[in-house]
Design a protein around this ligand. Sequence first.
Ligand code: SME
Length: 144
Amino acid sequence: MSLLKSQISAIIDKELPLITNLSNASAVLNQLEDINWCGFYLVDDQRLILGPFQGEVACTIIPYGKGVCGTSFQRKETIIVPNVNEFPGHIACSSISKSEIVTPIIKNEEVVALIDIDSPIYNRFTNIEKSLLEEVAQLLSELF
Ligand code: SME
């Protein structure tokens, strides 16, 4: 198990509120190198609302199917964006962000939240991060 995944596993306490667990999980994710934003969007009535995060102020509401997050929500799969300027409909919360990865957290075959990470460099995210975030998402799905 990767260090990051074992750290998240260690901080999860199912007795505590979701927001408490995701707050600490965002702090663990923030240890990844070369990122400028990481956090969660939570599904709320077929849209996404901002959850716990680390980084600059971000968009609070993302509609289903919009932006990278809304598209990941719709497709129920991880999306890696090597260059945010080339992703049609990308929602720019920060001009610093150049690449992005979004992984859905799925519970009972429904998306309940998303993990979103932005980087200030192009091509930051690969299948290594995809596998890592999908494992983390599976861990966190137990909280929902
Ligand atoms: N870029 C995202 C919006 C969220 S921020 O990156 C924090 C998107 O296009 O959905």
